[in-house]
Design a protein around this ligand. Structure first.
Ligand code: UDP
Length: 394
């Protein structure tokens, strides 16, 4: 470790790196970033597959999209973006349908051509059992939005694999992540800006950390280091932004928060240069054990160096996280939410008494897309971190 830091950032995902970059550039502060893994970038990290050179997102596919102009302008300081637009298809009972549910999906499923008005009427007839405004949970919301037959085909089996939880006990907000459209537009996201970093995620993440005021310690668990940063005792410490798991910070005193984890099974296919013709294929049938297959070459059709005779695919499986597994999706059961409230209260005290702030997906127990993590880091920097230094507040 070099000179004493002015700010410690625990975790080098997008949230942590945004905070570090702002403090280093905007306030000229010395920032120490402590990262447990052997690489930067949290789950956005990617690397070339050693055999084929195809860029693989090691912790699942990351597609950048945002409607937030400030976030878009900020990220463009570190990377250019390709014109990639995300599209997803799903296989159900041996047939392929476009997602998110749109006019093509409905026509294909019903086996006939329909106008937008006819499709609306068709869905309404099959969704008559529930009004969308009354929908209280995932199942009710799903049925209200697309009608029971489409819900059962495209949501029920996939969600059973993704969450292993009765959809009646899942929040309606999960299904609301996906739009439903009565046009043939099958773009997955509705956002104004979208694309993939031209030189890959790792080049982008490294540029964020590339500043003389920023020191990154990889392979270092902050919990092993913190006493050397003056952590003993109760009083204020070096200002710290913690993006690790919230429950771990407090030594699990209120119990563990529930997470889903993902298992990725990569395979280099040597019999063809194109396995599925598209970046992501979902598998809606319950008896297929994985939820989706990613074929990474298709995220970068503009790259000419990828081999033509081989391709990299990754099957994705979902399960409950056990202690020590990588956390991906907060489950958010009522018990989780009760624990979270108690942890939030402790976090508020910690911010007030010790100058420790919590952020990011793990630090707040929220499923944040990349643009949300960056946006909330920019806001936290403006409202809470910069005043620590500019107003001399403690
Ligand atoms: N979902 C589904 N069928 C699909 C895709 C998604 O039932 O083919 C449901 C599933 O419960 C998932 C949620 O919609 O958790 C949100 O989907 P999204 O694609 O946003 O999930 P992510 O890519 O973040 O895992």
């Amino acid at each position: 470790m070099g000179a004493d830091p002015d700010l410690v950032v625990v975790g080098s995902g997008f949230f942590g790196l945004t905070v570090a970059e702002r403090a280093a550039t905007e306030l000229d502060k010395r920032v120490l970033v402590v990262e447990r893994r052997s690489h930067l970038g949290g789950n956005a990290y990617s690397e070339p597959d050693p055999e084929t050179g195809i860029e693989v997102h090691r912790y699942g596919a990351h597609l950048f999209h945002t409607s937030n102009k400030r976030v878009w302008e900020y990220v463009n300081r570190f990377t250019d973006f390709t014109g990639y637009q995300h599209r997803v298809f799903t296989i159900y009972q041996g047939r392929v349908y476009p997602l998110p549910v749109n006019l093509a999906t409905i026509c294909e499923f019903a086996g006939k051509a329909m106008t937008p008005d006819e499709a609306r009427a068709w869905v309404a007839e099959h969704a008559a059992e529930i009004d969308v405004d009354d929908a209280q949970n995932f199942e009710e919301k799903g049925v209200a939005l697309v009608g029971r037959p489409l819900y059962e085909a495209f949501f029920e089996g996939y969600t059973a694999k993704q969450w292993q939880t009765d959809p009646k006990n899942l929040p309606a907000s999960i299904v609301s992540r996906l739009p439903v459209r009565y046009t043939f537009d099958n773009r997955y996201f509705n956002d104004t800006y979208e694309g993939l970093p031209v030189d890959g995620y790792t080049a982008w993440l490294e540029r964020m950390a590339d500043h003389p005021n920023i020191e990154v310690l990889l392979d270092t668990d902050w919990f092993d280091l913190r006493d050397r940063l003056g952590w003993a005792g109760e009083g204020p410490v070096v200002p710290t932004v913690y993006t690790g798991p919230l429950d771990r910070y407090f030594d699990y005193c209120e119990g563990e928060l529930g997470w889903r984890t993902l298992d990725f099974e990569p395979e280099v296919v040597t019999t063809t240069g194109d396995f599925q013709g598209t970046p992501v294929m979902n598998y809606a049938d319950r008896d297929v054990p994985f939820t989706r297959i990613h074929e990474f070459r298709h995220f970068h059709p503009e790259r000419t160096t990828y081999p033509k005779d081989r391709t990299v695919i990754v099957r994705e499986y979902s399960r409950f996280a056990e202690h020590g597994d990588e956390p991906y999706y907060p489950i958010n059961t009522p018990e989780d939410r009760a624990k979270l409230e108690r942890y939030r209260e402790l976090a508020r005290k910690e911010a007030a008494n010790r100058r420790v702030l919590f952020g990011g997906r793990l630090g707040t127990y929220k499923y944040l897309d990349m643009h949300m993590a960056i946006g909330s880091a920019l806001t936290l920097f403006d409202n809470r971190i910069a005043p620590w230094f500019t107003e001399g507040a403690s």
